[in-house]
Design a binder for this molecule. Structure first.
Ligand code: SAH
Ligand code: SF4
Ligand code: F3S
Length: 469
């Protein structure tokens, strides 16, 4: 088992040799790529790898689809609207391709791992020539070479589900980076397609993770977010030598690392050790994204979430006791099959009780192949929509309430953007606990840390002033 967990060094070297050949063939042709990314941070991170590989294949990043020689859509399929949108996007490129026959149009990502999808798309869109899944990024050199030789291919193997270390990456955020600690998911929440399209849980070794963090910090990055579908089960596949709490400790002392974040956390195994690590490690940020999905025990059970409302609330209470400035964000689904009005009201009362800094709310979307999609008691769309509106209105009220406690608050902000629309430039960035604040300042402060005091609160945001540099 152990030796098959990784794509072999010889295979990676073989790909590298192909990449060198393609690079030589492409040199002098001024080729460019445009990668459009949908979905979650996993896909964002994968796109960075794909872009890094494309650079090694002789492409530079284009500013728009229109000027690109290679267009790639990195897709998501967690909810159903994505497919229609993708079809529209792809269809719209036909004219461009007709005008520029040499151009390559490709599709990759989670949706390509859905049963029959890759074949269906190849058939439906003759102008698409490259399709690949989530687990073969390392084979891009070989795949692109085939396409350049006139083939149309779809590569979605996942039999091996092995980890490829050391792939190139092109990151465009100079201050903050995602680092995968594990791939896949074993939880099979009954509504969710991710375990089917991303495969089983695989953890990277602590050393590979730390080495990546060290090299990112050396390049100037000061904020790292450790990524996994459920970071708290890091190492549970029996292959990593540490628990998640130990990993946090091991990574947090990388010199120069100012902020260490992680997501997502699954409430079922966020244990006391993780709570202690959050409280004790000075650069671990006081923010937990803790998807609750529902506030009703029966729904939680049918969702196969494996925690109760009370267990969820007890995590929140415990963390708030030891880490008073901690903020929580969450994901919530309304209209799960069989969700009664009372069950929905339990979700509302949980949102009222917890006071999330923000909530990502979704109407349940049946995904083919999942258990919940087969359930006979589906909720009418109109009911889902109404519940979603009620929930969003409640969360909006809670966000405003939550913002009040920040009046007069002072803390360090990492400047991540600049809004030039008004008279003065408005900078914005986050406190370590993920709260965003806007304040007047010079654009040269981008990517730096400044101290900001909150002066007033708007509906969704905090407004402040810099107190020193
Ligand atoms: N691994 C993460 C979530 C990844 S998917 C976790 O478990 O926390 C992101 C969010 O999409 C989920 O938390 C859930 O709220 C939502 N989601 C997933 N499947 C969905 C579906 N079929 N319909 C509606 N929302 C869904
Ligand atoms: Fe989906 Fe559940 Fe896995 Fe999250 S933990 S990716 S919701 S199956
Ligand atoms: Fe979507 Fe895949 Fe993420 S289905 S939510 S991009 S893991």
């Amino acid at each position: 088992m152990a030796e098959n967990r990784y794509i072999s060094q010889s295979e990676l070297e073989r790909q590298k040799r192909i990449a060198d050949t393609v690079y030589r063939e492409n040199s002098g042709r001024d080729l460019t790529f445009f990668v459009e990314t949908f979905g979650c941070q996993m896909n964002v991170r994968d796109s960075e790898t794909i872009k890094g590989e494309l650079v090694e294949l002789g492409y530079a990043e284009a500013f728009s689809k229109e000027e690109a020689d290679l267009i790639l859509f990195n897709t998501c399929c967690v909810r159903d609207h994505a497919e229609k949108r993708l079809m529209g996007n792809i269809g719209a490129l036909k004219e461009l391709k007709d005008a520029k026959p040499g151009m390559i149009i490709g599709i990759c990502g989670c949706m390509m791992q859905q049963e029959g999808m890759a074949k269906k798309l190849l058939k439906r869109f003759p102008h698409v020539s490259l399709i690949f899944g989530t687990n073969v990024l390392y084979r891009l050199p070989e795949m692109l070479q085939s396409v350049m030789n006139g083939e149309r291919i779809a590569v979605t193997d996942r039999a091996e589900d092995a980890i490829a270390e050391g792939l190139p990456q092109l990151r465009d955020n100079p201050r903050s980076a995602f680092v995968n600690i594990m791939y896949g998911c074993n939880n099979f929440c009954s509504y969710c397609i991710v375990p089917y399209v991303r495969g089983r849980e695989r953890s990277r070794t602590p050393k590979d993770i730390r080495d990546e963090v060290v090299s990112l910090v050396k390049s100037g990055i000061t904020e790292i977010t450790l990524l996994g579908q459920n970071v708290n089960s890091y190492g549970n596949d029996g292959t990593a030598q540490m628990t998640f709490a130990q990993l946090l400790t091991y990574v947090s002392d990388v010199p120069g690392l100012k902020r260490l974040r992680f997501m997502s956390s699954h409430p079922k195994d966020l244990n006391d050790d993780v709570m202690k690590a959050i409280a004790a490690l000075p650069n671990v940020c006081h923010h937990v994204h803790l998807p609750v999905q529902s506030g009703n025990d029966e729904v939680l059970k049918k969702m196969n979430r494996r925690y109760t409302r009370e267990r969820y609330l007890s995590i929140i209470r415990k963390l708030r006791e030891t880490v008073p400035d901690i903020e929580f964000t969450t994901d919530i689904i309304v209209g799960f099959p069989g969700e009664t009005e009372e069950a929905f009201l339990d979700t509302m009362s949980l949102v009222e009780e917890v006071g999330f800094a923000a909530a990502f709310t979704f109407a349940y979307s049946p995904r083919q192949g999942t258990v919940a999609a087969k359930s006979p008691d589906q909720i009418p769309e109109a009911v889902k929509k109404r519940r979603l509106q009620e929930l969003n209105a409640l969360q909006a009220k809670k966000t405003v309430e939550n913002n009040q406690k920040y009046l007069g608050f002072e803390g360090e902000v990492l400047v991540e953007g600049c809004d030039m629309r008004g008279e003065d430039a408005m900078l914005y960035g986050k406190y370590q606990n993920f709260k965003m604040v806007y304040f007047p300042g010079d654009p040269s402060l981008m990517n730096r840390y400044v101290n900001v005091r909150v002066l007033k609160t708007n509906k969704n945001s905090l407004l402040g002033e810099m107190i020193d540099e």
